[in-house]
Design a protein around this ligand. Structure first.
Ligand code: NAD
Length: 480
């Protein structure tokens, strides 16, 4: 059995405690045993990052460009192999997993370029003989806490901008899926990041995560995960005076209007709701459909779902891989049962047997639901979507906004009038017109509103808002 150590101050450091990483498509396939950091190792990692910060924060943009560009090149070269590892540990299909790895590579390439684009401003002062300069500086040591559903892309979209702007990193990946992040950290180390600039501490949120949040040695926390964990972390960061950003859950609406192109709408909804096993924070979980198209739409989606192949993530014919683990599978089933008890009609949603032991669940479509039902208010995070029938566009928009979340929202319509109105009035950080609510570009801002997100956006040049701090300098040159 292969064992994987933590990476602290440029060294691979073993631990007495190990955690098994098991393939959700095949429970007999163990990817490896991963070190579980204890409190002492976590503090060592923080100290190593602090020690590395003065030199790395003063490094030239060219040094940082070279490291990030090499990381991007290696990830892209190893896309197929890393994609297979990701599909094995998380359960998304091979094409989805290779796509995620490719995105991680592109993110490093993008932020390599960003190292050269850190400008400032010179502003005339209101006072004579004075000039004002506005510059950006690195924040310090960033603690990163990531979820299990994007094991390489989310670590990449946090680490790349952090390093690009001269910060040092201590990252704790989700305990379920440490292998992809472990490979990413190895690539960064081998690409020439000096010792201590990147540190990996795998382990429990309640041990490693808590220390990152509490430690005086960590200047800022970037977190992606559930609302409950995120809010608790945010409250502690406020107490400690740390900068923080939270990316959390969603209950993303997809509106389908009578004038929609039915094929486009079905494609957008099946993809957005069920691909990646519905385990995307941007998944469309509420399908809000006007009454003129409702019955045709529901029939067409059911026809598509009845043909969808659920199975082993590595099997070429698979369209939807397994649920990530037993706990998540039970949560999906619990919500399907709740939807039934609330009066919804469930199509699909049963466990599926395959050649290997795995967590296979047929996608579930719940029809006949109303906005107040729990299935329409709480995040399920599985291949489960519900349909809400509405009278017209105005009711659809009101239902779309009737949620505590605000990550992504979509509309399928051939009307420019409705598309534009929706884009302007839906309460979400990202809006999709005639395309799935999930699936975003790597070079533009990502994030939401309301209960979904807190703090500056991730990705693209907007990531600079979180990973730098602004300094305003006054220079008095006097009169000649
Ligand atoms: P989670 O909140 O259970 O865990 C996320 C991370 O927090 C893990 O690394 C975990 O170990 C750590 N953690 C747990 N308790 C902690 C504590 N007390 N202190 C510090 N760290 C702690 O979430 P999950 O189940 O891994 O991921 C699924 C959730 O992530 C869903 O709600 C999903 O919507 C959300 N998500 C959001 C986005 C986004 O960008 N908005 C992207 C992906 C996933």
């Amino acid at each position: 059995m292969s064992q994987f150590a933590n990476y602290i101050g440029g060294q691979w450091v073993e631990s007495d405690k190990l955690s098994r990483n098991v393939n959700p498509s095949n429970l007999d396939d163990v990817i490896g045993e991963f070190a579980q950091a204890d409190a002492a190792q976590t503090h060592q990692a923080i100290a190593a990052a602090r020690a590395a910060f003065p030199a790395w924060s003063q490094s030239t943009p060219q040094q940082r460009f070279d490291v990030l560009d090499r990381v991007g090149t290696v990830i892209l070269e190893r896309k197929a192999e890393l994609g297979k590892l990701l599909a094995r540990e998380e359960g998304k299909t091979l094409p989805e997993a290779i796509g995620e790895v490719g995105r991680a590579g592109q993110i490093f390439k993008f932020f390599a370029g960003e190292t050269l684009r850190v400008g400032g401003e010179i502003v005339p002062s209101v006072r004579p003989g004075m000039t004002v300069e506005i510059t950006r500086e690195p924040l310090g040591v960033i603690g990163m806490i990531t979820p299990w559903n994007f094991p390489i892309a989310i670590p990449a979209w946090k680490i790349a901008p952090a390093l690009a702007y001269g910060n040092c990193v201590v990252i704790k990946p989700a305990d379920l899926v440490p292998a992809s992040t472990w490979e990413l950290v190895r690539i960064i180390a081998e690409a020439g990041a000096p010792a201590g600039v990147i540190n990996l501490v795998m382990g429990r949120g309640s041990v490693v995560g808590e220390i990152l949040v509490e430690s005086e040695g960590i200047d800022a926390i970037s977190f992606t995960g559930s609302v409950a964990t995120g809010r608790a972390i945010g409250a502690k960061c406020v107490q400690k005076g740390k900068k923080f950003q939270l990316e959390m859950g969603g209950k993303n609406p997809m509106v389908v209007l009578d004038d929609a192109d039915l094929d486009v709408a079905v494609e957008a909804c099946v993809n957005g709701s069920f691909y990646s096993t519905g385990q995307r924070c941007t998944a469309s979980s509420r399908l809000i459909v006007t009454e003129g198209i409702h019955d045709r739409f529901v029939e067409a989606v059911k026809t598509r779902l009845s043909k969808i192949r659920v199975g082993d993530a590595l099997d070429e014919s698979t369209q939807i891989g397994p649920v990530v683990d037993e706990r998540q599978l039970e949560q999906d089933e619990r919500y399907i049962a709740i939807a039934r008890e609330e009066g919804g009609t469930v199509f699909g949603g049963e466990r599926v047997e395959r050649a290997t032991r795995g967590f296979f669940l047929a996608p579930a479509l719940v029809t006949g639901t109303t906005p107040d039902m729990r299935i329409n208010r709480e995040e399920v995070f599985g291949p489960v979507a519900s349909v809400i029938k509405v009278k017209d566009y105005n009711e659809a928009l009101a239902v779309a906004n009737d949620t505590e979340f605000g990550l992504s929202a979509g509309i399928c319509t051939t009307s420019l009038k409705y598309a534009n109105h929706f884009k302007r009035n839906v309460q979400a950080g990202m809006v999709m017109i005639n395309t799935a609510t999930a699936g975003v570009d790597y070079h533009v801002p990502f994030g939401g509103r309301k209960g979904s997100s807190y703090g500056p956006r991730e990705q693209g040049s907007y990531a600079r808002e979180f990973y730098t701090t602004v300094k305003t300098s006054y220079v008095f040159s006097g009169a000649i």
